[in-house]
Design a protein around this ligand. Structure first.
Ligand SMILES: *[C@@H]1O[C@H](CO)[C@@H](O)[C@H](O)[C@H]1NC(C)=O
Ligand SMILES: *[C@@H]1O[C@H](CO)[C@@H](O)[C@H](O)[C@H]1NC(C)=O
Length: 359
């Protein structure tokens, strides 16, 4: 009710009291919705492809050395001692400015390796350390080149049915361009692609050919954590998880706001936790994204659920609301299906005696 009182105060001199209403306020356009020209692929000279590399995750700890192979060295990568194409393979693709030697790739690499995967960490750093809209346009060309790399690996035994791509932020669209081009080049689908809060800036108003879409692979799942800021609101996957409504996440220190970057990155930490804690993130189906935003998907009859992580049911598709805690490992299990455990309502509800004890 607070905003309503505020509007009343602001307009008291007019003797008008306005209630918050979408008809009056409109809907968010989202941060950097349009970037004219960004859907045109950038020219990337062939010699620059020496910088387009894949790091192969080794066994062992965080800081182990990884073998690197550039665009022209895929035959060598196929013979790397860490690679066994009888196992499933994952490729992680980072976002704007990301690099395989930064914490995101280093963490996810170790986790997937422990789960028995061949782990490929794509290095797009050379092509994303430019103005963001240029990076976005670069990823279209890079997607095509990486598809060529994967097509060569397929000749050496990489089975696309055992291949999964995971992309964070801008990487959430890079995996789309890789998958689209891979199908164009080989006639085969990649098995699964997972978008971790795929970028909204420069993408949110584009069509399915120009961004992540469910037609890109056999199965596309998306974790949404900052849909009007760095992420995008559209349910572009087969299964779309709107974490705590998808707009903003609860802060790790609960009274400190978790704004754009903090909320955006949460998609990654939730994915890591979901890999480490199978079947622990249980989400409930909603009828619309608006319903998810409003945290209004509780108490459906029947309740339809799905699981975040490697055990997602590919046949239970649609829009899902996922309630989480504010701290790692974030999951709530079955508790999350009960409205009284919803984080903001239960912690920030001033009608409850407990609220003030947190301060
Ligand atoms: C590839 O995946 C798309 C989207 O999931 C699907 O419509 C299409 O039939 C698949 N194609 C093949 C060759 O399996
Ligand atoms: C806030 O707490 C009160 C008292 O426990 C409860 O009656 C009310 O339903 C809660 N409101 C919400 C939105 O959860």
């Amino acid at each position: 009710m607070f905003p309503v009182y505020l509007l009343c105060v602001l307009f008291v001199s007019e003797a008008v009291c306005m209630y918050s209403s979408k008809a009056l306020e409109g809907y968010p356009a989202g941060y950097l919705a349009d970037c004219p020209g960004t859907a045109i692929p950038q020219h990337i000279p062939l010699e620059d492809l020496n910088y387009l590399t894949i790091h192969v995750q080794g066994k062992g700890n965080f800081f182990n050395l990884k073998n690197k192979y550039n665009y022209y060295q895929m035959k060598n990568l196929a013979k790397d001692p860490q690679i066994d194409f009888k196992k499933p393979t994952v490729m992680y693709v980072g976002g704007f400015l990301d690099h395989p030697q930064l914490p995101f790739a280093m963490t996810i690499g170790v986790v997937y390796k422990k789960l028995g995967y061949n782990v490929l960490l794509l290095d797009t750093n050379r092509f994303t350390t430019v103005a963001y809209p240029v990076a976005a346009a670069n990823m279209r060309t890079i997607g095509k080149r990486v598809a060529e790399m994967l097509a060569i690996l397929s000749k050496f035994g990489l089975d696309p049915k055992k291949l999964e791509l995971v992309g964070l932020s801008l990487g959430g669209h890079t995996i789309s361009f890789i998958a689209k081009n891979y199908r164009f080049q080989t006639g085969m689908n990649i098995s699964r692609i997972t978008g971790l809060d795929p970028s909204g800036p420069c993408f949110r108003n584009l069509g399915p050919e120009d961004r992540l879409d469910q037609t890109d692979a056999d199965f596309v799942d998306v974790i949404e954590t900052n849909i009007d800021g760095y992420g995008m609101a559209a349910p572009v996957g087969h299964v779309n998880f709107y974490v705590n409504g998808g707009e903003f996440q609860p802060g790790d220190i609960f009274w400190a706001p978790c704004n754009v970057v903090c909320s955006h990155i949460r998609a990654f930490t939730i994915w890591i936790s979901a890999l480490l804690n199978p079947n622990s993130f249980i989400a409930m189906k909603c009828d619309s994204v608006q319903e998810a935003r409003n945290k209004d998907c509780y108490d459906k009859n029947p309740v339809v659920t799905n699981i975040v992580g490697l055990n997602t049911d590919r046949n239970t598709q649609g829009i899902f609301y996922l309630a989480t805690e504010n701290n790692f490992p974030y999951f709530m299990g079955l508790k999350g299906l009960k409205k009284e455990n919803e984080f903001f309502d239960s912690k920030l509800n001033l009608s409850k005696d407990t609220s003030w004890s947190f301060f």
